[in-house]
Design a protein around this ligand. Structure first.
Ligand SMILES: [Zn+2]
Length: 607
């Protein structure tokens, strides 16, 4: 951590939620010592954690510069950069004033209206090129609007001149830190708990009647303490001084973005627990999904926010940063998010196996898994995983889901090769100790693919090159049945081949059935149907958004049916030979004899 010059930050922003109905933040940026050659400013093209160029600067709707009360000319250099003319008075400060349109209800950008305000620094704070290492101060001002009378502020940014949860000024050691602390403002619900001595806030924005904050605190505390103790078994020292879960509850939504001392989450309000519901230890699928999301983003506090791929150390915020390692940073995080729910006592083995079975099923569903490896999927995240089209299932593999199966495969392989003395846990710990723990306390550097592989060899005591060749760099399916058997876990992935199917993902368009995916080589594909086709009838009977399975259920596998469908506005007719369903039903179960081992559910013997 750098020593902050808190008295005179050379870079100072003021952000005002200026027009709630018009969704405009107004930002003023003062640079004490602008470059003598003309200061350049740029807004990031992407936000770390979400690997897609989003060109945030397109939301800047008005920008001007001045110095000593006189206008200064600004020249646009490219889609996200501006250069101010050199100042005649070399000792004068330069001030920029601009407005940012904030109407993206996601965790990735900024949003402002009468109900709340939210922003990521990547959407609102122009970077002062050459001065990124200076302390950056932000004065967050209260909107004048009557609707905001009782608003508060939630962020993990340290306060400079502000009360906790108050409007006022906040401070960051450098630009990288500034943009890693999203800010929420509004009339949110708030609760606080301590996990291994560190204060954690859970902030929920959006209307949620009878929100059961006590239950949220209890469950999150268990998850957070389990993860802190996982990475620091001796000291139980968390890597941050404070942590904030920023949650936006909406009618329908799901997503999260990790930061070094907080996370921004979006969820369906129905997923959050209600204090009016009967008291029970049961967990609804929605609440389980929410806790899994919290567990996932929290695990990133170590894995990707501190242990980083070399390609992200440091980030280049203006262009794509290519790393072949997202299968580790997202896949392993996906593996541990559910596992931490088991270890924290939130769910038991049967529920865990159900979640694992779902993940395996989703990996086995698409033929894209035979065309793209998880290393390639990581590298191409920018143009493929993050920009999926209707052909994604036939063309790509998710480095999240298959990455989590690679984690499981490596975990089981290490346990088998070391007779249970070591596990994937030991690899994570070594990554943490060698690359993560001191990332922000010195010359933080990321890990390279070669170093990752060498570490696996070291911990397992054997050469794992062929595993990496087949399942990381190659497209082979993980041999899960074989890998799980020594641990007493029975695996099966049967297809219900007697069930007649078109081999499509039926999407819906209003009350109509509009094909969202046509699986390669399947019945619909062979007959000529395409994603986007709107099904009208099967053998003269109308198809709607919900009755496709019922209609097909009257036929046998191998039957021929006539399908009418609109492609755009043209009616087309297809002869389809129905096939057996190819959706794998994956089941995993612990055999009685496997009680002792239980594989991935237990930390390895050495710990
Ligand atoms: Zn993630």
């Amino acid at each position: 951590m750098k020593k902050l010059n808190k008295k005179n930050p050379a870079i100072a922003y003021t952000i005002v939620p200026k027009d709630l109905a018009g969704h405009l933040f107004q930002v003023t940026l003062t640079v004490d010592a602008p470059s003598a050659d003309g200061q350049v400013f740029a807004l990031p093209a992407w936000i770390p954690g979400s690997y897609m160029v989003r060109e945030f600067a397109r939301n800047i709707v008005r920008i001007r510069a001045e110095s000593n009360g006189q206008p200064v000319a600004l020249t646009k250099l490219d889609k996200h950069s501006w250069k101010a003319a050199p100042l005649k008075d070399g000792s004068a400060a330069l001030t920029l004033e601009y407005e940012v349109y904030a109407w993206d209800l996601s965790v990735r950008a900024a949003h402002l209206d009468q109900t709340h305000g939210f922003f990521n620094g990547t959407s609102v704070f122009l970077r002062v090129l050459g001065q990124e290492d200076q302390p950056h101060q932000v004065d967050i001002q209260k909107p004048a609007d009557e609707a905001a009378r009782s608003w508060r502020v939630a962020t993990a940014l340290p306060e400079l001149k502000a009360r906790r949860y108050g409007f006022g000024s906040y401070i960051a050691g450098d630009y990288d830190e500034l943009i890693d602390h999203p800010v929420e403002m509004g009339d949110f619900a708030l609760a606080t708990f301590k996990a291994h001595g560190i204060w954690h806030d859970i902030v929920v924005s959006g209307k949620v009647p009878n929100l059961d904050m006590a239950r949220l605190c209890t469950d999150l505390k268990a998850i957070c303490e389990t993860q802190i103790a996982f990475f620091e078994p001796k000291t139980r020292k968390a890597p941050m001084e404070r942590y904030v879960f920023l949650t936006l509850a909406v009618g329908d939504g799901y997503g999260g973005l990790e930061h070094r001392a907080s996370t921004a989450l979006i969820c369906a309000r129905a997923d959050l627990p209600s204090s009016a519901a009967p008291k029970t230890k049961d967990i609804s699928d929605g609440y389980l999904q929410f806790l899994g999301l919290c567990s996932h983003e929290y695990f990133h506090t170590w894995n990707v926010k501190r242990i980083k791929p070399a390609a992200f150390a440091p980030y280049d915020l203006q262009v794509e940063n290519y790393s072949p390692l997202l299968w580790l940073f997202e896949g392993f995080t996906s593996y541990y998010d559910d596992l931490m729910l088991v270890r924290a006592g939130i769910i038991g083995e049967p529920a865990y196996f159900k979640l694992l079975g779902k993940t395996v099923g989703s990996v086995l569903r698409g033929s894209g898994r035979s065309k793209q490896s998880v290393a390639e999927s990581s590298f191409d995240a920018w143009t493929k995983y993050y920009r999926q089209d209707e052909n994604a299932a036939n063309a790509i593999i998710s480095y999240y889901t298959k990455g989590s199966l690679v984690a499981l495969g490596l975990d089981l392989t290490i346990r088998a090769k070391t007779a249970g003395k070591k596990s994937l846990d030991d690899v994570m710990l070594a990554l943490w100790e060698r690359y993560g723990r001191d990332f922000y306390h010195g010359a933080g550097r990321g890990v390279t693919p070669a170093e990752v592989e060498a570490l696996f060899d070291e911990i397992s005591g054997s050469k794992l090159k062929s595993f990496f060749d087949k399942y990381v760099r190659g497209t082979d399916d993980l041999p899960l049945a074989k890998l799980l058997a020594p641990f007493g876990i029975k695996y099966s992935d049967e297809r219900k081949s007697a069930k007649p199917s078109l081999d499509v993902n039926p999407g819906r368009d209003g009350n109509d059935c509009k094909l969202s995916t046509v699986h390669e080589g399947g019945a619909a594909h062979r007959a000529g149907l395409s994603a986007g086709d709107l099904l009208v009838a099967i053998d003269g009977l109308r198809v709607n958004a919900t009755n496709l399975e019922t209609l097909l259920g009257r036929y046998g596998v191998g039957s021929r049916v006539t399908v009418h469908a609109f492609r755009r506005d043209e009616l087309m007719e297809f002869e389809v030979e129905l096939q057996g369903d190819r959706v794998p039903a994956v089941t995993l179960a612990l055999e009685a004899s496997g009680r002792k081992g239980a594989g991935p559910l237990r930390p390895s013997a050495a710990r």
